[in-house]
Design a protein around this ligand. Structure first.
Ligand code: GDP
Ligand code: MG
Length: 319
């Protein structure tokens, strides 16, 4: 008996989706930051679980979604399309909510999305896609019975198959989550070979690390006005050469990104290089360029360039 399937993690920005994914897969895959909307692309973490007691062996493919928000630009629309696509192809939906916050209208927006997935899948599946509610950040809730009114409020909004309080950060409640998940997944094949943890190539991860470093080192509008494209990625046994361009929207932003005498770019580059070296296990030579590309966020073509599959297709001349 082997269980397998695709699991979508859905939730408002900052609910803890990326933290949960990382806690489950045990590697730093998704990009985590205290600022919302840092996850722009779907990142799959793959969990290989051996048989344990009455729990059968299983493979869980986790699909991280961009933060759910109202689309306000081409990039925003692409993010929402990805959320919908992720929902259409999954076996269990995990709705993750911040238990330290009160419910507000955007929580219902997330639940509406989960409900739509169920409705669509009813046409092709004999049973409904289960939706679990994960009440995250319970490490911030003391005493624990303060959770009860919130659980009641959520129950009124939706008939969840499971409601599981947990802390993704402290890795509390994850074992129970895994047991319930495996039980809810259908019998199925091993989709990915053992030992594979993500289907995202290193090239894309490097761009995400540079982007996260910009998020950490600069303020306000800068991170949201920038995107990072890796132009060169050359892997040798001891040294990896990476060249990347940071695109921003205005000269003023470029000035901030470069900094006085190039200091900001140097700071971002050094920190990102150290982290990429940790990920690749080789020395890294990282070259960063800053370019003003006005209105990149509204250019459909540009946003599609960011998609790593398309990048690979272009590099290998498949299109
Ligand atoms: P995402 O936008 O949903 O992917 O959220 P992130 O995973 O990036 O997390 C947003 C913020 O919440 C980060 O600062 C995390 O460290 C924090 N966070 C996530 N899970 C927990 C948790 O269980 N407890 C606490 N206290 N903080 C958490
Ligand atoms: Mg995230």
């Amino acid at each position: 008996m082997f269980h397998s399937g695709f699991v979508t993690i859905l939730g408002r920005p900052n609910a803890g989706k990326s933290t949960l994914l990382n806690a489950l897969v045990g590697e730093k895959l998704a990009i985590i930051s205290p600022k919302p909307q840092t996850t722009r692309n779907r990142i799959q973490g793959i969990l290989h679980l051996p048989k344990q007691g009455s729990r059968p062996a299983a493979q869980i493919i986790l699909v991280d979604t961009p933060g759910v928000h109202k689309p306000d630009s081409s990039l925003g629309r692409k993010m929402m399309t990805e959320v919908r696509e992720a929902l259409d192809a999954c076996d269990v939906v995990l709705v993750i909510a911040d238990a330290a916050r009160r419910l507000d209208p955007s929580d219902s927006f997330v639940l509406d999305l989960a409900r739509q997935a169920r409705a669509r899948q009813l046409q092709t599946r004999p049973s409904m896609t289960p939706v679990f509610l994960l009440l995250n950040k319970i490490d911030l809730i003391k005493p624990k019975d303060r959770l009860l009114p919130l659980i009641d409020e959520y129950r009124k909004l939706h008939d969840f198959q499971e409601i599981i309080p947990l802390s993704a950060l402290k890795k509390d409640g994850l074992a129970l989550l895994l047991d319930k998940l495996v039980a809810a997944l259908p019998a199925g094949p091993r989709y990915f070979p053992e030992g594979q943890f993500t289907d995202q190539p290193m090239r894309f991860m490097a761009a995400e690390i540079v982007r996260e470093q910009i998020l950490l080192d600069t303020k306000e509008e800068i991170p949201y006005a920038t995107t990072v494209v890796v132009d060169q990625f050359e892997e040798n046994p001891k040294l990896t050469r990476i060249a990347a361009t940071i695109h921003c929207e205005r000269e003023g932003q470029k000035a901030i990104l470069v900094g006085k005498g190039g200091q900001m770019l140097k700071k971002v580059g050094t920190a990102a290089r150290l982290r990429i070296e940790g990920m690749l296990g080789t020395k890294v030579f990282l070259e960063l360029f800053v370019k003003v590309s006005p209105g990149w966020r509204d250019s459909r073509e540009f946003v599609e360039q960011l998609d790593w599959r398309r990048q690979l297709e272009r590099i290998f001349g498949l299109d």
